[in-house]
Write a protein that binds this ligand. Structure first.
Ligand SMILES: CC(C)(COP(=O)(O)OP(=O)(O)OC[C@H]1O[C@@H](n2cnc3c(N)ncnc32)[C@H](O)[C@@H]1OP(=O)(O)O)[C@@H](O)C(=O)NCCC(=O)NCCS
Length: 199
């Protein structure tokens, strides 16, 4: 079903949140971000939250934020609807997320991924993300998550070109998990600018 057109990317608006909640439920089941959670992260995520759509609707998103350390960015969640998976949308969303964070003076991008999510793990690895820690029981008992990190070059590559991966990203001993709860700590980009970014 659907077209084979590439996605259009834009910043997320409040009125997109219901569609994103549906997408999260489809992609992650009960582990998906709920509408309430999406409401909470809407303001802190600012212009970093990207949505992927085509003329048939909203099919993907990547919610990104600046951490407590303003030079650390987080990819808090990423999903593409099964009806659009395997067409390069995830790769496009991930590259755009990296570009967006790198344009905002972020030097390291971190994310959490389930060890068994091989497809997502390999996608991140192919962009240069490396294992940089593990959070036991992060989402409840038995719900461990790997931390993956991408150290960005301070020399910005032209848009659309992957940042060169660095060979090693050290485990951050200060990373206690507080960063994910402190997404509003760093200076944010006004959401209005997000609408201009991909136009
Ligand atoms: C992970 C996810 C975002 C990838 O999105 P996507 O649009 O399917 O990804 P792409 O089409 O860009 O493909 C990315 C890579 O995965 C591979 N891939 C995608 N679907 C695949 C499948 N069903 N089987 C095998 N490989 C697959 C592609 O070949 C591609 O690899 P390549 O670039 O080396 O060829 C998507 O699968 C998803 O939303 N999954 C559920 C939610 C999730 O796990 N999110 C990540 C949480 S950390």
């Amino acid at each position: 079903m659907g077209t084979n057109e590439p996605p259009r990317l834009r910043g997320v608006l409040k009125e997109d949140l219901s569609a994103i909640a549906d997408l999260e439920a489809t992609a992650f089941g009960t582990n998906g971000l709920t509408r309430n959670a999406l409401d909470v992260i809407f303001d802190p995520s600012g212009a970093f939250w990207l949505l992927a759509e085509d003329e048939e609707g909203v099919w993907g998103h990547s919610v990104n934020a600046r951490g407590e350390d303003p030079h650390v960015g987080w990819i808090l969640g990423m999903a593409v609807h099964p009806e659009r998976q395997g067409r390069g949308w995830g790769r496009i969303l991930l590259q755009a997320s990296i570009d967006r964070l790198q344009d905002s003076d972020i030097n390291v991008i971190r994310l959490l991924v389930k060890r068994t999510n091989k497809l997502a793990y390999r996608l991140y690895e192919s962009f240069g993300f490396v294992d940089s820690g593990e959070r036991a029981d992060h989402f409840g008992p038995g719900e461990d998550r790997l931390v993956m990190s991408l150290l960005l070059s301070t020399e910005k590559p032209p848009k659309g070109q992957s940042s060169p991966p660095f060979p090693q990203v050290p485990v951050d001993p200060q990373d206690t998990g507080r960063t994910l709860n402190g997404v509003a700590a760093g200076p944010q980009i006004p959401r209005d600018d997000a609408q201009k970014w991909y136009s």
